[in-house]
Write a protein that binds this ligand. Structure first.
Ligand code: FEO
Length: 194
C-alpha cells in the first residue's frame, strides 16, 4: 500500500485488519473443506502469494543502499547508510501508525543525525578548501529549512505533515548524494580523505 493508495492511515489499518480477518475466515473454510477440496489448495495458494505481493507493494517506499550511491569516502558512505536506515525507521513508524510520540522520536533522531552529518561533511569541505563549499553548505541549510517548514504544519495536520516530511527527505537525500555529494569525491580523495 503506497502512500498514494493509503493516504488515510486509520483507513489503511482498517483495510489491513479486514484482510487479516478475511484470511482467518478463509483458513477456517479451507480446514473445513478438507485436503481433497480444490478450495483448500486455492486458499493455500493465496496465503503463499500475499507476503510476496506485500513485499512488492512496500519495496518502493523503503530506501536500499546501493554501491552506486558511494562517494568513495568510507566515513561519509557510512553516515549516508545510517541516514537511509533512519529514514526507513521513520517510514516504518508512519506505516504502522506507531503513534505520534514514536513518529516524532524517529523524526527527531533523523533530523539530529542529518545535522551531525552535514557538520562533518562541511568540516571536511572547508578544511580542504573545496571550491564548491558555500553552495554545498547552502543546499544543506535549505534542506533543514524545508523540513522545518513542513513540520510547522504538524499541529494542523500531523498525518500529512509527517508523510510529506518523509517523502521530501527520501527524494532529497538520494538526489543530493548522487548529485552534489559525488561532485566532491575525487577532490577529497586526491587530498587523502577517507
Ligand atoms: Fe552528504 Fe552533502 O550531504
Amino acid at each position: 500500500m503506497s502512500n498514494k493508495v493509503c493516504q488515510n492511515r486509520k483507513l489503511c489499518m482498517f483495510g489491513v485488519s479486514l484482510v487479516i480477518l478475511s484470511l482467518i475466515v478463509a483458513v477456517l473454510l479451507g480446514i473445513m473443506a478438507g485436503p481433497d477440496s480444490p478450495l483448500t489448495w486455492l486458499l493455500l495458494g493465496v496465503l503463499l502469494v500475499i507476503p510476496y505481493i506485500h513485499k512488492k507493494m512496500t519495496a518502493n517506499r523503503f530506501l536500499e543502499w546501493s554501491d552506486e550511491y558511494s562517494v568513495g569516502i568510507d566515513s561519509i558512505d557510512q553516515q549516508h547508510k545510517k541516514l537511509l536506515g533512519l529514514i526507513n525507521s521513520l517510514q516504518t513508524a508512519i506505516d504502522y501508525s506507531t503513534g505520534d510520540e514514536y513518529e516524532q522520536e524517529a523524526l527527531n533522531e533523523l533530523v539530529d543525525y542529518t545535522k551531525t552529518h552535514f557538520t562533518y561533511e562541511e568540516g571536511l569541505l572547508e578544511q580542504n578548501d573545496y571550491p564548491g563549499f558555500e553552495p554545498h553548505k547552502a543546499q544543506h541549510a535549505e534542506m533543514i529549512n524545508k523540513v522545518e517548514e513542513v513540520l510547522a504544519e504538524y499541529s494542523k495536520d500531523p498525518e500529512s505533515a509527517m508523510s510529506n516530511a518523509v517523502e521530501y527527505l527520501k527524494s532529497w537525500l538520494i538526489n543530493h548524494i548522487n548529485g552534489t555529494d559525488k561532485q566532491y569525491s575525487s577532490y577529497l580523495i586526491e587530498r587523502g580523505v577517507k
